[in-house]
Write a protein that binds this ligand. Structure first.
Ligand code: B12
Length: 215
């Protein structure tokens, strides 16, 4: 099967809320040795973004959104582990998670995998992570970088809380703070005093490399 057809298969599986088709299309991508990151970025991500647009326009509702997310996760479970891991921990430790009140994890998981592939030691705290947990885990692991993902306008405020907490505890210089996820922007990062905002997983790796030795 050609690459275009495989990418279309991945895209259509998400658009049709079809986890089984997502698994078959992912297996076809793997069999055809399609680069897993390309399959994710060109096949899956545009589809889940289209789903998000339809949800926003109320053309679909929460059950469909959830089914599309399930199909996306089924596919990522096969593709993400194929992104080669760099030599573990050679660069720096990154604490990453999705902020409190927010359970969106797809983008954060792609960023985690890409950072690991880039040779970072990644400690992924999961979703709905309290501000204090980002800070405590970063202290414990002496992490040079904290990565905070937030997908909703109602939750990006927690990214500011992380920066504010570091400032008030006198630890701001110890950890670079990278923010990302749907509503975050470079202007927002500047406004809250974060070190940078990454719009894609590839940019996240570039930024982490920039801050690997500290701020
Ligand atoms: C899938 C999805 C869900 C799934 C999540 C499943 C899961 N396990 O992750 C489910 C169905 C659970 C869900 C639930 C909800 N969702 Co939702 N969801 C989405 C959707 C369609 C896609 C998100 C996604 O995965 N995108 C694909 C990934 C690859 O992109 P990404 O996350 O942006 O990540 C990339 C970059 O941003 C960057 N990045 C991400 N994180 C980080 C971190 C760092 C440090 C860096 C540097 C970079 C970086 O790199 C990533 C890879 O390239 C979006 C629409 C959209 N366009 O975003 C809505 C969306 C985010 N959801 C929305 C809403 C409203 C909800 C609900 C409140 C719905 C409801 N009524 O219950 C709930 C909230 C639940 C909660 N408390 O969190 C709204 C938010 C609106 C807003 N601006 O506030 C959106 C925008 C849909 C819309 N257009 O209305 N959702």
């Amino acid at each position: 099967m050609g690459e275009d057809k495989i990418l279309k298969g991945l895209h259509d599986a998400i658009m049709n809320y079809d986890s089984e088709a997502a698994v078959s299309a992912s297996k076809a991508a793997i069999a055809a040795k399609v680069d897993p990151l390309m399959a994710i970025q060109k096949g899956l991500v545009p589809a889940i973004e289209e789903i998000g647009d339809k949800f926003e326009k109320m053309e679909i509702y929460l059950p469909e959104l959830m089914l599309a997310a399930e199909a996306m996760k089924a596919s990522l479970a096969l593709l993400l582990p194929l992104i080669p891991k760099g030599s573990k921990g050679t660069k720096a430790t990154v604490i990453i998670g999705t902020v409190q009140g927010d359970v969106h994890e797809i983008g954060k998981n792609i960023v985690s995998s890409m950072l690991m592939a880039g040779g970072f030691n990644v400690i992924d705290l999961g979703v709905d992570v309290k501000t204090i947990n980002f800070i405590e885990e970063a202290r414990k692991a002496d992490a040079k970088i904290i990565g905070a993902s937030a997908l909703m306008s109602s939750t990006i405020g927690s990214q500011k809380d992380i920066v504010d907490y570091l400032v008030s505890s006198g630890d701001r210089k110890k950890h670079a703070v990278l923010v990302g996820g749907g509503p975050t922007t470079k202007e927002w990062a500047k406004e809250i005093g974060a070190d940078a905002c990454g719009m894609t997983a590839v940019e996240a790796v570039k930024l982490a490399t920039k801050f690997a030795k500290g701020r």
